[in-house]
Design a protein around this ligand. Structure first.
Ligand code: ADP
Ligand code: MG
Length: 258
């Protein structure tokens, strides 16, 4: 391990997140090293998506602070959500990409435009450069020949691969995947996992992945975190978590999904 990999790029400090009277995260602490590949596993409703959505600035939180790539912000108690300035949120969004279970491509845009639009609008990249880069990325996910198709003309697995190319077009330092294969027919899961697997080899890219694909998690993760009721109940290397879980809750969960 190099020094660079030990430097945290993400740090949640005592983050409390509530939805009305429901406290989903209570004084949550979590840090991720630069380049680390971390998988979040755990029962439905345990707060995994909430953690990713907070990182992507899609959800405000009520207490604590969050630091991402040296940009730090907090939500001040009593002042209501999203006290973080728009400028901070925009800065954070430049560094983070997210891939959702439901693909979320723009239906009225071709595959190429889906990938080109954000770099042009948000990063101010020239359209020709953005298109050249988009074609490289589409080639990487095996879909350069579909660039003029619309999302509805693609299979779920192809749409998800476009969504990954679209996230990468922003050159994020952190890439978040929230159950990227859960909405796919079983025969389409492999093609999406193989794209994610190739990204997992990128040394500088920090990845957080929520998945129920335990064999895949074991293969690509540096660290696996088992969530239960808004807490990281147990974490460790894939060998530790899948091979010799210490907590009863982890063992119960794994026996229910494996
Ligand atoms: P997971 O991804 O582990 O399944 P989530 O982070 O989606 O869990 O949800 C954690 C808890 O927060 C659940 O109890 C869920 O019902 C609740 N929750 C999530 N989003 C909302 C929301 N927008 N409004 C109210 N409750 C929510
Ligand atoms: Mg979820």
């Amino acid at each position: 391990m190099t020094d660079a990999i030990n430097e945290p790029i993400i740090e949640f400090s005592n983050v409390t997140k509530r939805f009305g009277i429901l406290t989903v995260l209570d004084q949550f602490n979590f840090s991720v090293a630069k380049g680390e590949k971390v998988t979040l596993i755990g029962p439905s409703g345990s707060g995994k998506s909430t953690v990713l959505r907070i990182l992507m600035t899609l959800e405000p939180f009520q207490e604590g602070s969050l630091r991402l790539a040296n940009i730090s912000y907090h939500e001040e108690r009593g002042k209501g959500p999203f006290q973080a300035s728009e400028r901070h949120l925009r800065e954070i969004r430049k560094h983070v990409g997210m891939v959702f279970q439901s693909f979320n491509l723009f239906p009225h845009m071709t595959v190429l435009r889906n990938v080109v639009e954000a770099p042009v609008r948000v990063l101010g990249m020239g359209r020709a450069d953005a298109e050249a880069r988009a074609i490289e990325l589409l080639d990487m996910v095996g879909l350069a020949d579909k660039k003029d198709h619309y999302p509805v003309q693609l299979s779920g697995g192809q749409q998800q691969r476009v969504a990954i190319a679209r996230a990468l077009a922003m050159r994020p330092r952190v890439l978040l995947f929230d159950e990227p294969t859960s909405a796919l027919d079983p025969q389409l899961v492999g093609e999406v996992l193989s794209v994610i697997r190739s990204l997992a080899h990128e040394h500088d890219l920090t990845m957080l992945l929520v998945t129920h694909e335990m064999r895949f998690a074991r293969e690509v993760s540096d660290r696996v975190c088992f969530f239960d009721k808004g807490r990281i109940c147990e974490q460790g290397s894939p060998e530790e978590i899948f091979g010799a879980p210490r907590e009863e809750r982890t063992r119960e969960f794994l026996s229910s999904v494996l």
